[in-house]
Write a protein that binds this ligand. Structure first.
Ligand code: ATP
Ligand code: MN
Length: 302
């Protein structure tokens, strides 16, 4: 191919115009070869689906301006210069200080971030106008090295069953990395203390019932051969990777919503990559995934 050295690609986004992607032919994923332009095209196509889960939530970015093999950093604050479609919201941090955070509400905003070297998007469990009212609970299942994905699938099913006992519907997501997130949409009406405590109690009850399989504390030493049920994603200020985000991992995998019915047939958390936009869009239109992540349910006991 006869590409110019510093190719610039203009991406047309549905709602509000264009974003220029410079160095579109720069390889972001060495080994498999996907470029910054490929990443931009992926996000352009997937934006409508992704925004259902990301729009107006405070967001953190994993930026790798030199590609995933270079130096990457996790960016929480708005330090300026991200682009015209990236918005700012002031949030009071633990220390009491107001800090500028980021949020997006358009495909153009996603692409502005890609232009600035973003690969991954992570979001808070609340929206920017209701920071003190979490509306999504996440159980992040992290297998110890060497555990089969099958163990993670079983763990996810067990978390689902425990939630169902409490009357809560939940939805599984492949993270694109090693694990599964079990996601519980919740109506607003409770605070972070109740949110975190409910998630902790559920994780602890599973680890107490089956201590040989599950652990609910972060300490690495206690995780040998087990699955860590990370409930800490449910604390104020914590983030989790957003459905349909690409991951800065080998092969350009993506985080993907799946159904409970299909989960037993999936062999890895990295089953889909940024090359699969067509398949992901088709899947989302299919019966099984309609309504994924949507349920009108309050936190029990509130
Ligand atoms: P995997 O399935 O491979 O575990 P994951 O997205 O769950 O994928 P984790 O390493 O378990 O990855 O991280 C859990 C969450 O912690 C991430 O989704 C992210 O939102 C948050 N996180 C990751 N790195 C940082 C960081 N440097 N600073 C703050 N939060 C982070
Ligand atoms: Mn995880």
């Amino acid at each position: 191919m006869n590409k110019r050295k510093e190719e610039t690609q203009t991406v047309q986004t549905g709602e509000n115009g264009r974003v220029s992607i410079t160095h579109a032919d720069r390889v972001v994923f060495p080994g498999t070869g996907q470029t910054k332009g490929d990443l931009a095209n992926y996000y352009m196509r997937i934006a409508p689906l992704m925004l259902e889960h990301l729009a107006r939530r405070p967001v953190s970015l994993v930026r790798c301006p030199q590609g995933r093999a270079g130096k990457c950093f996790f960016q929480k604050h708005d330090t300026g210069g991200l682009g015209a479609h990236v918005h700012q919201v002031s949030i009071r941090e633990k220390a009491g200080e107001l800090k500028p955070y980021l949020y997006l509400d358009s495909g153009a905003g996603l692409l502005d971030c890609v232009q600035m070297g973003t690969i991954e998007f992570h979001a808070w469990a609340c929206h920017e106008d209701t920071i003190e009212q979490p509306d999504r609970m996440i159980f992040d299942l992290d297998p110890d090295e060497g555990l089969d994905f099958e163990e993670v699938r079983h763990a996810a099913a067990d978390v689902r069953a425990r939630l169902a006992e409490k009357g809560l519907a939940s939805f599984p997501m492949l993270t694109g990395g090693k694990g599964i997130h079990v996601i519980v949409p919740l109506q607003r009406g409770h605070g972070w203390d109740e949110h975190g405590a409910f998630a902790r109690d559920l994780a602890e009850s599973l680890s107490q019932a089956e201590p040989e399989r599950f652990v609910a504390v972060m300490a690495k030493a206690k995780r040998k051969g087990k699955i860590f049920i990370d409930w800490l994603r449910n604390q104020r200020g914590a983030t989790a990777v957003v459905p349909y985000s690409a991951r800065a991992r080998p092969g350009a995998p993506v985080a993907v919503p799946v159904t409970w019915e299909e989960l037993p047939g999936l062999s890895a958390a990295s089953a889909f990559s940024i090359g699969d936009a067509d398949a992901l869009i088709e899947r989302a239109a299919d019966g099984g995934l309609q309504g994924w992540g949507i349920a009108e349910q309050p936190l029990p006991g509130v």
